[in-house]
Write a protein that binds this ligand. Structure first.
Ligand code: FES
Ligand code: FES
Length: 169
């Protein structure tokens, strides 16, 4: 089947088998290997991407189901201003060791902060509860997401202050 999927803002048309999973489409057809494939049981969550702005486990979605839809992967996190705050947070707070779970954690964290700019520890733990990390014990992942949320809140406050200064000037 021929499908067209928008991935990180670019449109890709490919001929695929109907049984091809989205995770394999991203990795093997598009070369976007940032999305990891960690299990055969839909348990690990390292394959999380956004499908139409909603996090999904891409090993549970057929590539043909993404036809005509948009996908965002970890490669789409970095913006013109540099690393996304969640990426910075994982660096600042050592939110990874081997890094295998990290792409999925980052995509979930980005979605969480977009929908809940000041998540509590419980909110963060619930958001990542479908994802496994075998290295960190989760403490530093939670810390990293909080760092990102607080960093973004600080940036927003500074922007408001700047706007106020400009108005006064
Ligand atoms: S690869 Fe493990 S949940 Fe998708
Ligand atoms: S950092 Fe190794 S699995 Fe999470």
């Amino acid at each position: 089947m021929e499908i067209t999927v928008e991935v990180n803002g670019s449109s890709y048309t490919r001929s695929v088998e109907p049984r091809l999973l989205l995770v394999h489409f991203l990795r093997d057809e598009l070369g976007l290997t940032g999305t990891h494939w960690g299990c055969d049981t839909s348990n690990c969550g390292t394959c999380v991407v956004w499908l139409d702005d909603v996090p999904v486990k891409s090993c549970t979605v057929l590539a043909v189901m993404a036809d005509g839809h948009s996908v965002r992967t970890v490669e789409g996190l970095e913006g013109a201003d540099g690393l996304d705050p969640v990426q910075q947070g994982f660096m600042a707070c050592h939110g990874l060791q081997c890094g295998f779970c990290t792409p999925g954690m980052l995509m979930t964290a980005r979605w969480l902060i977009d929908h809940n700019p000041a998540p509590s520890e419980a909110d963060i733990r619930e958001a990542i509860s479908g994802q496994l990390c075998r290295c960190t014990g989760y403490e530093n992942i939670v810390r990293s997401v909080r760092w990102a949320a607080e960093h973004e809140a600080g940036l927003r406050e500074r922007t408001v202050e700047d706007a106020g200064t400009e108005v006064q000037a």
